[in-house]
Every structure is written in structure tokens, then in C-alpha cells.
Design a protein around this ligand. Sequence first.
Ligand code: ATP
Ligand code: MG
Length: 416
Amino acid sequence: MTATSHIIGLLLGTEEDWPAAFEEILLRLGPIEGADGSRHTFDCERITIEPFGLRDRPRYDLVIDRLAYWYYVPREWLKKVALMDGVYLLNSPFTFQSMEKHAAYCAMMRLGLKVPETVLVPFKNPVDNARYAYTAARYNRPFDLEAIAAQIGYPLYMKPYDGGAWRGVSRIGNPEELHAAYDASGEMLMHLQKAIDYDVFARSLSIGAETMVMSFQPHQPMHQRYAVDHSFLSAQAGAEVVTISRLVNAFFKWEFNSCETLVASGEVYPIDYANACPDVALTSLHYYFPWAMKTLVKWCVFTLVTGRRAKLDLETDRYFAIADEPGMSYPEKLKGYRELADAYFDSERYQDFWADKQSRLDEIVLDWVAGPDFDQLLIRTVQLVYPADEHDKFIAHLRGLLGLWVRDETARLATA
Ligand SMILES: Nc1ncnc2c1ncn2[C@@H]1O[C@H](COP(=O)(O)OP(=O)(O)OP(=O)(O)O)[C@@H](O)[C@H]1O
Ligand SMILES: [Mg+2]
């Protein structure tokens, strides 16, 4: 019998909560047997930043990256290990660098998704380049911002083409607000986007072949944004949100990403789906945190044991062929996209792989979350995240929600 040991590298910034959870679940899971009877063991290491030769061989078989979206040393290292060493990365660093919001909007519009009407407007302030004045004088056409906004219709959103964390996002109801927001945009490059007056906001977190669709309240404080609600969408809208999330990910080769969709009168509008470092904090995901950690472990283990290879090319033609198919209805196209996405994620094989191991993993995670070690993690996390006078409140808040998960999960496993 062969034995293979795999090293998973974690590329981390300020987070301590989920890496500790991930390491703990992996440790408790122990070795896994492959379909051919081979034995696989897993170790986790936190990657340090240092000079690297472009021909150096890395120690890692798979890397979970949480850093490269702002720190360029690891970003370039990731590209090197993806191209030269075949290290498995959950998100392609190539598409994440080039496919900010704007490119992702374009790609999904190209596939016929209901991305709200969006216009890119030139910078408000001059670009910092000696050639700008001449170029602008010669080639920048004056434009009528108010006319563009009127064409889209109020209310609308002005937001950076590559945004994140609500930086520079504003809701605009009239021409005065339009000019104020544009004047304030300065050196940021902005989209104007039609506002969708939605009934529900769905934020879905996808990890490999699985997706959790959660009801999201964007205007609540962080710890209350994800609502525990298991039936906030119709079955049809829920399935559509899952398909769109998987489609975006399969299209760009992203495997750890969150997607925001607005649902209005049963129609599903995607508005934000390029989050290289999706929020998986215990303090924001709370009830859904055990699912996220379990699924991250499942996807990494599946990938390593089955020898899944990362694909670096996009093969967009296969998606565009469906988009361009004459006479195909929107639901039929979604079905076609879903098949491509399921094939990319090897969904059936993933389900089969876990079928005989799932109940053991479920027990391990339930046992851990219900026990004292998890409570210690919860306390440590609150102490790191919140000021001292709020510790008691947030510890009680999180214990309540995780206690609810433990009760629901216990009941689920009892009937399974
Ligand atoms: N077209 C739209 N219709 C309605 N609401 C919108 C629209 N675009 C943005 N919003 C609102 O503005 C918020 C921020 O917009 P968006 O998600 O595009 O920016 P972001 O900077 O990526 O935010 P985050 O990092 O929190 O996801 C959304 O969560 C939503 O509440
Ligand atoms: Mg967003």
C-alpha cells in the first residue's frame, strides 16, 4: 500500500480564526484512504514571505491564498508555483488579477446573465502621467454625465470598477447626488449601475463543488449581516443563485469565492462576484462557519487525494457557444452552464468521494464545535476583533448562534 503525504500551505494576513479551525479539523480527520487503497496524510503550514528563486521547488501541494489580492510578493510567488510547479491553488491568480469587477461583469453579460445596466465613465481627476494633458486634449471627448445617468435611470449606484469593501460606493437618487459622487471619485475609475430594488439579497459562498446561499443584510453591522434563514428564496431562485455562483467560478477557475445576487420579483441579478478573499470570519459567518470550514477541508482533501490538476486556460469558447445558441431560452442556457460548471468541479466524483466518509467528518466537526476547544477559539477570536467592553456581548452572541447550529446539526445527523 502506498502512502502519500501532502502539505497544504496557508498564505495568511491578519486572520487567526479560520486557519485554526481548518488545521484542527484536518488534524482530527487524520489519514484518508484513496479509491485504490492508497493512504494519504495531510499537514498544514503557514507560508512565510521571503526571497525566492524562480526555479526553487516549493514544499506545498496545495495553497489556500488570503493575501495576494493586496500583497504582491506572494502574488508573484503564486504565479510562479502555478506555472512552474503545478501547485494546486483554489483561485487562479491570473484571472483574479485581471478580472476585477468590470471584467467579471463583461464576461457574465456576454453569457446573457441579468447584470444590471452598467456604464464606465472616465476618471474625474487627471491621470498622474506626463502624457495625460496632451492625450486628453486631443482624444478625450467631453461627455454629459447627467444624460448618461438619465439613460440608466435613477436610482443608480456609482462604484469603483474594481471595488471591494464598499470603498467609494454610493446610491444616487438625483443629478445633485450624481455630481457630488463623481466629484468625490477623484482618481477612482467608476461605474454607474442601475439600482435593483430587491426583495432579498443573497450572498453565496462557494468552495469547490459546494455553495452555501445565505440571506444577507448589507446595511446591518458586520456581525448581523448573515441571517440564519433556510427558506428565504423560492426553490427556483435558489437553484439559479447556485448555478450563477458555480458558473462564475468555473468560468474564471475560482474555487473559493463569494457571489452577491439581488432577487427582485423572482428574477436573479448578479452584482458582485469577484471576491478573491471571501469573508469566512467566525464573527461574520457564525452559524455557517462550521459548514465553511468543513467544506474547505473536504475540497482540499478531495483535490489532493484524487490528484486533481489545476487548469490555467479559460476555454471561454465552450461557454460562449451556449450563450450564442439561437433559440435557447434563459433557463436552458443556465442548464447548459450548470453542466459545464459541474464538469469543471467534477461534482459527481466529489459527491462519491465523500459519500462513505461524510458521516465521520460530520461527527468530528459537531463534536469539536460542541466542545471546549471551539469555545476557546470563539473567545480568543472575540478578544482579537472587538474592544474589551464588548467581549461579553459578542461571546454570548456567537455562543447563541453556534449553539443553535449544534442543535440543528445534532437533529440533522439523528435523522440522516
Ligand atoms: N446595482 C445595484 N442595485 C442595488 N444595490 C446595489 C447595486 N450595486 C451595489 N449595491 C449595494 O451596494 C453594496 C456594495 O456594492 P458592491 O458589492 O458592488 O461593492 P463592494 O465594494 O464590492 O462591496 P463588498 O466588498 O461589501 O462586497 C451592495 O452590497 C449593495 O447593497
Ligand atoms: Mg459587494
